[in-house]
Design a protein around this ligand. Structure first.
Ligand code: GLN
Length: 484
C-alpha cells in the first residue's frame, strides 16, 4: 500500500491497528520524497535522524495502546517556525545557518501529540511573496505542472501536501500565504482568526497579520490540527484566552438554512473565466445542500491591497531590524561596526525583502507617517467594519481564493505589483482578522486546481469547517492527485 498517500485520520487508524509501524510509515514518506523531490523541491531541510528518533518514541506509545492524536504522523513545517536544534532559515541567506535555541509553541504542541517532524519547507524569503520565487535558495514547483509555481509564501508546505511528501503540514498566512498556495496546489488551507493560534516562535513578518494554520489533504485533517495548535499561550500576549472547541464535532452537521454571503466586489473584471465558473458551480452546490446565498457588499475591498502593503511593509521594516549580523546567523566582513551591518544586510537579504524594508521605513518616517501608516490603519478599520456589518446578516462568506490558477514560473517575478495582486481575494481577511479556508472546487481545462475561499466570523472556525466539510463530502475534487 502507498502509505504516503494517507491523511492524518486514515494514518491514525492503521497505526493504531498496527497494520503499519511509525517507522514503516516514515520510510514510505522518505521513499516518496526520494522519488519526487528532485522535481518538486518542497523542502529546505530534511532532519532524517531526528525524524526516526521521533518515530521510535511514538511507536512506544502506540505499542502500549497509549497513542496521542499525532503519534507517528509525519508533518512538514514551514521553515519560518522555530524548531529547537534544527535549522530554521525563513529561506533567507541571512538565516541560512540559524539553529534556534527554542521551540515554537505550535511545534511544541504537535510534539506533545507525538508528531514526527518530516522536514522544513521552502517559502518566499521571510514569507514575502506569492510564488516561492522569492526564496533565497530555490523555487518550489507546482506538483500539477512543474513549469508553474505552487503559490506562496507557504508554497513548500502546499506542494509537499499535494505531492504526498508528508501527511499534513503547517503554513503561515499574513496576506494569503496559506490559502493561496493551498488553492493553487489543490489542497485544504486554513488561516485561523488572528489570536486563535500562538505566534511564539514564528519568525515575525507583520505581527498584526501573521497567523499559523494547517495545510492538509482534507477538511477533517484541518480540524484535527486546529484542535491541537489553537488556544491561549502565555508566551504570546496576542493569543486569545478563549476555550477551544472540538473542531471535528461540527463535521457532518447540516448546513441547511445557513446564509452564505457572496460579495459582489469579489467577482471582478479580469478574473479568470474558469475560476469564476467553478466558484459559481460551488455556490450552486452549497445551495443544493440547503445553504441560502445572499448578495452582499464589502465596499472597501478595493483599498485592501494598498492598505496591506503599507501596513505589512511598515511592520516588516521594524521586525527585520534585528538581523544585523550580531544576534543571528550570517555576518559579513566590514572595517567597522556600521560597515559590517550594511554588508550583512546588503548580502543577506534578497531584493523583495529589501524593497519592503525600504518601503516600510519610508511609510513610518516622521514626515510621512500620517499620510501613509496612520491612513492605512484607518482604512483597515473600515475594512474590518465591512466584515462585521456583513456578518450581521450572513453566517459565512464565499469567494474565489485566487483570481487565477497557478501561473508559470517567471511570469510575474519581474513585476512586483502584478505579484501583489495575486492576493487580492485573501488580504482583506488578514486585515479584518477573521478566519478563512481554501478548499478545492474544480480544475481548469489544463488540469490546474481551483480553490474556493470560505470566510467566517471572528473565532467562528467551526462554521467554515462545517461548510467546507459538507461541500467536500459532496464532491470529488480533493481526491484527485497530480501525476508525478
Ligand atoms: N503575498 C503576500 C505578501 O507577499 C502575502 C504573504 C503572506 O501571507 N505571508 O506579502
Amino acid at each position: 500500500m502507498d502509505y504516503y498517500r494517507l491523511g492524518i485520520s486514515e494514518a491514525r487508524k492503521i497505526l493504531d491497528k498496527k497494520e503499519v509501524s511509525a517507522r514503516e510509515l516514515l520510510d514510505s514518506i522518505y521513499q516518496r520524497i526520494e522519488s519526487v523531490e528532485d522535481k518538486v523541491k518542497a523542502y529546505v531541510t530534511l532532519p532524517k535522524e531526528k525524524a526516526y528518533e521521533m518515530a521510535d518514541m511514538s511507536q512506544k506509545k502506540i505499542s502500549s495502546g497509549q497513542s496521542a492524536s499525532l503519534s507517528g504522523i509525519p508533518i512538514a513545517i514551514k521553515d519560518n517556525m522555530c524548531t529547537k536544534g534544527i535549522r530554521t532559515t525563513c529561506s533567507s541567506k541571512i538565516l541560512a545557518n540559524f539553529i534556534p535555541p527554542y521551540e515554537s509553541t505550535v511545534t511544541s504542541r504537535l510534539s506533545e501529540q507525538g508528531y514526527i517532524l518530516i522536514g522544513k519547507t521552502n517559502l518566499d524569503e521571510f514569507a514575502m511573496g506569492s510564488s516561492t520565487e522569492n526564496s533565497g535558495f530555490f523555487t518550489t514547483k507546482n506538483p500539477w505542472d512543474l513549469e508553474r509555481i505552487p503559490g506562496g509564501s507557504s508554497g513548500g508546505s502546499a506542494a509537499a501536501v499535494a505531492a504526498d511528501e508528508c501527511i499534513a503540514a503547517l503554513g503561515s498566512d499574513t496576506g494569503g500565504s496559506i490559502r493561496q498556495p493551498a488553492s493553487l496546489c489543490g489542497v485544504v488551507g486554513l488561516k485561523p482568526t488572528y489570536g486563535r493560534v500562538s505566534r511564539y516562535g514564528l519568525v515575525a513578518f507583520a505581527s498584526s497579520l501573521d497567523q499559523i494554520g494547517p495545510i492538509t489533504k482534507d477538511v477533517k485533517d484541518s480540524a484535527i490540527l486546529m484542535n491541537i495548535i489553537s488556544g491561549k499561550d502565555p508566551l504570546d500576549s496576542t493569543s486569545a484566552p478563549l476555550t477551544v472547541p472540538d473542531f471535528t464535532k461540527v463535521l457532518g452537521q447540516e448546513i441547511k438554512g445557513l446564509k452564505i454571503g457572496i460579495p459582489k466586489e469579489y467577482f471582478i473584471e479580469g478574473m479568470d473565466k474558469e475560476v469564476e465558473a467553478s466558484v459559481m458551480d460551488a455556490i450552486k452546490k452549497l445551495e443544493s445542500l440547503g445553504a441560502i446565498p445572499v448578495e452582499i457588499s464589502l465596499p472597501h475591498t478595493g483599498y485592501a491591497v494598498a492598505t496591506y502593503y503599507v501596513l505589512a511593509t511598515s511592520e516588516a521594516s521594524s521586525n527585520l531590524a534585528r538581523y544585523d549580523g550580531v544576534k543571528y546567523g550570517f555576518r559579513a566582513e566590514g572595517k567597522d561596526l556600521l560597515e559590517m551591518y550594511m554588508n550583512t544586510r546588503a548580502q543577506g537579504f534578497g531584493s523583495e525583502v529589501k524593497r519592503r524594508i525600504i518601503l516600510g521605513t519610508y511609510t513610518l518616517s516622521s514626515g510621512y507617517y500620517d499620510a501613509y501608516y496612520k491612513k492605512a490603519q484607518q482604512v483597515r478599520t473600515l475594512i474590518k467594519r465591512d466584515f462585521e456589518k456583513a456578518f450581521k446578516t450572513v453566517d459565512a462568506i464565499v469567494t474565489p481564493t485566487s483570481p487565477t490558477a497557478a501561473f508559470k514560473a517567471g511570469e510575474k517575478a519581474g513585476d512586483p505589483l502584478q505579484m501583489y495582486l495575486s492576493d487580492i481575494f485573501t488580504i482583506s481577511v488578514n486585515l479584518a482578522g477573521v478566519p478563512g479556508i481554501s478548499i478545492p472546487c474544480g480544475f481548469t481545462s489544463n488540469n490546474l486546481p481551483i480553490g474556493l475561499q470560505i470566510i467566517g466570523k471572528h473565532f467562528d472556525e467551526e462554521t467554515i469547517l462545517k461548510v467546507s466539510y459538507a461541500y467536500e463530502q459532496s464532491t470529488d475534487w480533493h481526491k484527485r492527485k497530480p501525476n508525478l
